[in-house]
Structures are given as structure tokens and as C-alpha cells.
Design a protein around this ligand. Structure first.
Ligand code: C5P
Length: 403
């Protein structure tokens, strides 16, 4: 499902070299289902042309408050009244200073002052300009006025310097805008998630792992942040970017083995909700070889296994609150090759957890799609086949109701 379906976004572009990324940003917003109306300052037009933005959005681009094509000549009122949000990317130091003072000397600043919808800014400037007291005063005032700041990021800048002030990438801005529109069902909650596979070393180059991609756990992390939670993600070896990293609402610990995942999880288990999504190896190798095991003719080595700790069970058993109750609301996952409902129910009871989520079907590993079976004390419910992010959002809604 598109996450910005039917949302009307006014995309403001001010004068900065990052404006070249606004074209890509407009495309991404449209891909998510938004209708995009671009407003450019005069300086922005030095970096990208209105023709580019018009071609990409399919809408006329506004550049002046003196636009005679609008019947009552009130473009600033018209545009801001019909918008669900105004997103300005890039937001220059000059523009932010003006907005923080309530100045309105061109179309973009005027429609910001005349708005009754949220305003989000993606700052982009040289690091000295960002660090300057004047800019920081603007930032402070804008935050006090309820304006949302997306970024800036740190890194290489067009001027050749390295530091804070880079505009977030268009994908990050889009994801943050999407998050902005989600209901804050978990505001103030701390969520812990294990995700991905574990890797049990046999020797320094070989090991045993499984087909978990981490996608479901990472989708739950994203959905939890979107819902307003602070997330800690304990991830096994998987090649996925930390979701919504630039929001500062997520921390991540990378682990390899089940034992490491156990230690990292238990360390962070003082939380409100725990999603045990990781496919944790049930057994590790008793004595991994220090050096690579050499081939000895046709003779195969014998591997001795030992049971790994059960992370979920230990969170349920050991983490207590002051009043003696188990602290986090624990959600387990089950992937089975036969009889999912029976095995999942048995797991739910054995682990003493209120909710277990079964992955239905053989094709969930690595896929962007999934189909879930939710089992709680009241019975079972299917979540129809959908994108893992959509399912994660549904799951978050369900859990939010329960806590
Ligand atoms: O039956 P199993 O113990 O594999 O149950 C799966 C659930 O338990 C999943 O939520 C998984 O993340 C969790 N688990 C765990 N530690 C283990 C094994 C499984 O947390 N060692």
C-alpha cells in the first residue's frame, strides 16, 4: 500500500545546492501516493528549474505571490489551505531565519505564515552556517513554534567540508514524512526488537545460520518508531539499513551468535514491549575450532552441539518491574514447516507470552511480503498477505490496543 495515498503535500524548495535532490524527492512522494504541489523561491530557481519540477509532479509550479492565474490572487491562502503538510527541502539558513521571525516576503514564506497544516523542514547548509548562533536561535524558535525538523545529516558537503548540515537523502525525508502522518499509538513507549538470523561458528570461516532476512523485524522497528516509540534493535547478521536512523529514535546492536544476542537483549530488556522476531539458532557448536578445520580425506568431522539460551523465555522469566510483574509485553514469532497454529499455540504457552505471531507459508524468508497468524488468549486471527511494513503497522496497532 502507498503510505501517502491522498495526501496533498506542498513541497517548498529554497535556494541551496541540495535543491537538485528535490526532484528525486518529488518523485518519491508521488510514488507513495501523494499529490505534490511545488513552490520555489527565487534563489531555488538558480539550482533547479520550475520546468523540471512541473514535469515530475504534473502540477504547475508556483514561484511568485503575484501569480495572476489564480482568480482571487490569493495563492498563498489557496495553497496552504488545501495542503495536508508543507515540506520544505532544502530549507536554507536564510529561509529558516525568516520563518522563525514570521517574515513573509515571498510566496513560500507567506504561505507558511498563512498555513493551518503541519510544517516540516529539511535543513541544508554549510556546517558553519548550521553551527552559527543565529541559525541555532532560528532552530530553537521554529521547534518552539511546533515546526518539525528532519535532519540535517552529517557528512560530505558540496563546499568540500565535512560536518553537520547536509540535507537528509530523499528516501530518508520521505520515510520521515510518512512516519509523521502515522498515529502515535506508542508515544513514549520503549520497544525492544530482536531481528534476523544468528550465526553459530564452526571454525573461523564456517558456520551455521538460517534463512531469516531480518526484514520482518526491521519493518516492526520502523512501524514502532512511526508510532512514536523509542526502539532498540538487536540485529543478527543481515544486510539491512537501520530504519528511520536519522530520527534519533532508534539504537542498534549488531550481534553474530545466539549467545551474543541473548546478552545484548537481556541488557536492554527494561522496556515496555519486546518483539522476539529473530530466528535464533536453537543450538550452537560446543567447541568452535580456533583454526580452519582441514579436510581429512573422505572423513567428515563430527559436530557437537549445545543448546543455546532461550532469549524470549529469559526475558519473560527474569525481567521484573518494581511491583513484581513481568515488565515488557512480550510478542513471540513462529516459523514452522507443518501445523503452524498448533506449534505456535504450544510455543505461546511454553514461553508464557500473551501473543505469538506465526509466519504463514513457505515463501516468507527474504520476501517483502508475508502473511501472519496472530494467536492470543482469545483465539486466532489472520492478517492477509501484504507488504511486511503494512503487516508491521497492523501488528503495532494490535499491540498498542493491548498494552
Ligand atoms: O520454538 P522457538 O523457541 O524457536 O520459538 C520462537 C520464538 O522464540 C521466536 O520469537 C524467537 O525469536 C524466540 N527465540 C528466542 N531465543 C531462542 C529461540 C527462539 O528468543 N533461543
Amino acid at each position: 500500500m502507498q503510505s501517502l495515498l491522498n495526501q496533498k503535500i506542498v513541497l517548498g524548495i529554497s535556494g541551496g545546492i541540495a535543491a537538485y535532490k528535490s526532484a528525486e524527492l518529488a518523485r518519491l512522494l508521488i510514488q507513495e501516493g501523494a499529490s505534490v504541489q511545488v513552490v520555489m523561491t527565487e534563489a531555488a530557481q538558480q539550482f533547479v528549474t520550475p520546468v523540471t519540477m512541473q514535469a515530475l509532479t504534473g502540477n504547475p509550479v508556483y514561484t511568485s505571490q503575484w501569480d495572476r492565474t489564480i482568480a482571487n490572487n490569493m495563492a498563498h491562502i489557496e495553497l496552504s489551505r488545501s495542503a495536508d503538510a508543507i515540506l520544505i527541502a532544502p530549507a536554507s539558513a536564510d529561509l529558516m531565519a525568516k520563518l522563525s521571525l514570521g517574515l513573509a516576503d515571498d510566496l513560500l514564506t507567506t504561505l507558511c505564515l498563512a498555513r493551518d497544516c503541519p510544517l516540516l523542514l529539511a535543513p541544508a547548509m554549510n556546517k558553519q552556517m548550521w553551527d552559527h548562533d543565529a541559525t541555532q536561535r532560528s532552530v530553537q524558535r521554529l521547534i518552539e513554534d511546533g515546526v518539525a525538523l528532519l535532519g540535517p545529516a552529517s557528512g560530505f558537503q558540496a563546499c568540500g567540508e565535512v560536518g553537520l548540515g547536509r540535507m537528509l537523502e530523499p528516501t530518508e525525508i520521505t520515510e520521515q514524512l510518512v512516519a509523521f502522518f502515522q498515529k502515535k499509538l506508542l508515544a513514549g513507549k520503549r520497544v525492544l526488537i530482536t531481528a534476523g538470523p544468528t550465526f553459530e561458528a564452526i571454525d573461523p570461516v564456517r558456520g551455521i545460520t538460517n534463512r531469516s532476512s531480518g526484514k520482518m523485524g526491521f519493518a516492526i522497528a520502523r512501524a514502532a518508531i512511526e508510532a512514536g516509540a523509542q526502539v532498540h534493535l538487536v540485529a543478527g547478521p543481515c544486510d539491512l539499513n537501520t530504519p528511520l536512523e536519522a530520527t534519533g529514535k532508534i539504537t542498534r546492536t549488531n550481534v553474530v551468535s545466539a549467545k551474543e544476542m541473548h546478552a545484548a537483549t537481556l541488557k536492554s530488556a527494561d522496556c515496555d514491549i519486546f518483539f522476539a522476531v529473530a530466528a535464533v539458532a536453537d543450538w550452537g557448536i560446543a567447541k568452535p575450532a580456533k583454526d580452519k578445520i582441514k579436510r581429512q580425506g573422505q572423513k567428515a568431522p563430527t559436530l557437537e552441539f549445545i543448546a543455546n539460551p532461550d532469549i524470549l523465555l529469559d526475558v519473560v522469566k527474569t525481567v521484573k518491574t518494581e511491583n513484581g510483574k513481568s515488565r515488557p509485553y512480550c510478542v513471540g514469532f513462529a516459523a514452522e514447516s507443518t501445523d503452524l497454529a498448533t506449534h505456535a499455540q504450544e510455543k505461546r504457552q511454553r514461553k508464557g507470552i500473551p501473543l505469538i505471531v506465526g509466519n504463514i507459508g513457505p515463501d516468507t524468508f527474504g520476501s517483502d511480503l508475508n502473511q501472519l497468524l496472530i494467536i492470543d488468549e482469545r483465539g486466532r486471527k489472520k492478517l492477509a498477505r501484504a507488504n511486511k511494513l503494512d503487516l508491521a503497522r497492523q501488528l503495532i496497532q494490535l499491540v498498542a490496543k493491548k498494552i
